[in-house]
Design a protein around this ligand. Structure first.
Ligand SMILES: *Cc1c(COP(=O)(O)O)cnc(C)c1O
Length: 415
């Protein structure tokens, strides 16, 4: 017997981060943007909003330097450029992340070295990173995926032991903490994104943070065509793009930043409510959070056990969509990052294959056996969209949908 669902059932629309229903954009942003426009100064080199944003952001993360830039991808590019790898040097990164964290490594002529993840969190660990360290490793980039921090204590210790800087991709993890420290301020450089779907947004935008004066100098220059603003004899000191944010975005983000703490608190509170309601369901596991960490729930990820729920995460996602109108994402990214064409076919600059042509063969060996946690993690994950505008009604709806789904899918197992 397959449970059927009343076809007249009306779906509850969940607030979406792609429109006003699930964004905190309001009159505060409108007022500041209007002020920026009235000022007639829309470039950050002369205006006040981006500078104010940088100061407030540095204070919030607890770092000495913060520089705004065009996107989260730009932020990672700035970080890699600050480290200044030689062509063919290696940058360790994760096999599950946004392409915006990977392309910048190639643009700076370095070779991404993919490492495996812990399938409980989809995050890299000191153990997986250590296996990939070589005498050509120039930096380690960790992504705090879905809002859940990596186990930074061990990763920082590993970096220090080898003299390798650690870059934190914090695009999904504003104000998450490890051992009481805010992520993005733990490693040598932090990278953030203000893209439409992140905790706070100006449509696009990014930020880099550091406590290191030498990195800070290179980061600020790299965003500004390496022009030495304010220097006695300024010049374009090295190759660098214009990655500046506009004052329009700066104004929006000054208003958004003031809302970040409540946004995070709302997401955490509703995530806890859902966890309480579904913790006992068989076949799914609620988010695993390390003892030393706080999770800021960019997304709420379940692990689906396909030995209990036939068809696993894919079947559960289809069922939630068809019967409750809930759009979740099985697999998050469809395949490990290294399976994308850019890496498989080494499509970079013309036919050169640069910088892959300079890579050690073992770092280009993307065989499945090297990435058990990645394959298991992508197989199991079901990414539920998460939002600060969720109310108790939304949480009850999601919880009911999951209970109903698991009932239904487990029943169908015994046909
Ligand atoms: C969104 C994101 C990026 C890229 O940021 P953009 O602003 O979209 O360029 C990089 N890394 C991670 C982990 C992200 O989630």
């Amino acid at each position: 017997m397959v449970n059927t669902v009343d076809s007249k059932k009306t779906f509850l629309m969940l607030p979406s981060d792609q429109d006003a229903s699930g964004r905190t954009l309001g009159h505060e942003e409108i007022e500041l943007v209007s002020d920026a426009i009235r000022s007639g100064t829309l470039t950050s080199t002369k205006g006040t909003y981006v500078k104010a944003l940088e100061q407030k952001f540095a204070a919030l993360i607890g770092v000495q330097y913060a520089y705004a830039c065009a996107s989260g991808s730009a932020a990672v590019h700035v970080a890699v450029a600050a480290v200044d790898p030689e062509p063919g040097d290696e940058v360790i990164t994760t096999s599950i992340t946004d392409m915006g964290a990977l392309a910048p490594i190639l643009y700076q002529g370095a070779v991404p070295v993919f490492v495996d993840v812990d399938p409980r969190t989809w995050n890299v660990t000191a153990e997986t990173i250590e296996k990939a360290i070589s005498d050509r490793t120039k930096a380690i980039i960790v992504t705090h995926l879905f809002g859940n921090p990596c186990e930074m204590t061990e990763i920082i210790a590993l970096g220090k032991r080898h003299g390798i800087p650690v870059i934190e991709d914090t695009a999904q993890s504003f104000l998450a903490t490890h051992n009481g420290q805010v992520v993005g301020g733990i490693g040598d450089i932090g990278c953030f994104s203000f893209q439409q779907g992140k905790h706070i947004t100006a449509g696009e935008g990014g930020m880099v943070t550091t406590n290191d004066a030498a990195f800070a100098r290179r980061m600020e220059l790299f965003i500004n065509k390496a022009w030495g603003y304010g220097d006695p004899k300024p010049d374009h000191y090295f190759l660098a793009p214009n990655y500046r944010l506009t004052e329009l975005q700066g104004a929006v983000l000054v208003a958004q930043l003031a809302k970040l703490k409540p946004v995070v608190a709302r997401r955490q509170a509703t995530a806890q409510q859902l966890t309480n309601k579904i913790a006992d369901l068989t076949g799914i596991q609620t988010p695993w959070i390390g003892d030393r960490n706080t999770h800021v729930f960019w997304k709420y990820c379940l692990r689906v056990d396909s030995s209990v729920i036939p068809g696993g995460a894919v079947a559960l996602a289809t069922w939630l969509k068809d019967n409750y109108g809930i759009f979740s994402a099985p697999r998050y990214i469809q395949k490990p990052a290294f399976r994308c064409q850019v890496f498989q076919e080494q499509r970079t600059f013309g036919d050169s294959r640069f910088p892959f042509d300079r890579a050690r063969p073992e770092v280009l060996d993307y065989s499945e056996a090297k990435f058990p946690g990645t394959y298991q993690g992508l197989e199991e994950v079901l990414v539920l969209p998460w939002n600060e505008a969720y109310t108790e009604q939304h949480i009850n709806y999601i919880a009911d949908a999951l209970m109903d789904a698991i009932d239904h899918l487990n029943t169908s197992n015994f046909n």
